[in-house]
Design a binder for this molecule. Sequence first.
Ligand code: THU
Length: 161
Amino acid sequence: MKPISLEITCQLAEYSELKSEDRELVDKAMQMTEASYAPYSNFHVGAALRLANGVVVGGCNQENAVYPLGLCAERVTIFSSQAQYPNTAIMTLAIAARNTEGEFVTEPVSPCGSCRQVILEHEMKYNQPIRILLVGQKGILIFDSIKDLLPFSFTSDSLDS
Ligand code: THU
């Protein structure tokens, strides 16, 4: 037996340090929390992504009285982008969240496991790393690839091995 250590590097940035394209995504993700339908959790999540063609697509979580039927902001946004612009890679995805009183989360909000898997699918599909911006009042965490958030992942490659 031998230990295996993983090293993950991400950046913690202030909003003012972001380049304008990333600021636009953060702004849009925060704005999209206003369209969130979250009467059960009162946790309003917004997301915004930039496609390879430059188009920005936004989305937000959509809940249901039958709780498991709700869908996270990340998947709403990704599926919407791919329905509108098929065969177009996703370059960057920003995620923001706030409570019903309008207070944005202090710690950067992190995607759930299911959303990480869906983000990975799109990285693999286009062979294009997706940058991820996680927004919190403390700052913005930046990952260069979903692989940093989902190590030892299952992909279509796993089916062939
Ligand atoms: N949610 C998201 O939309 N994205 C996340 O990254 C975490 C959780 C939603 C699902 C549900 O509507 C609410 O937040 C509470 O879990």
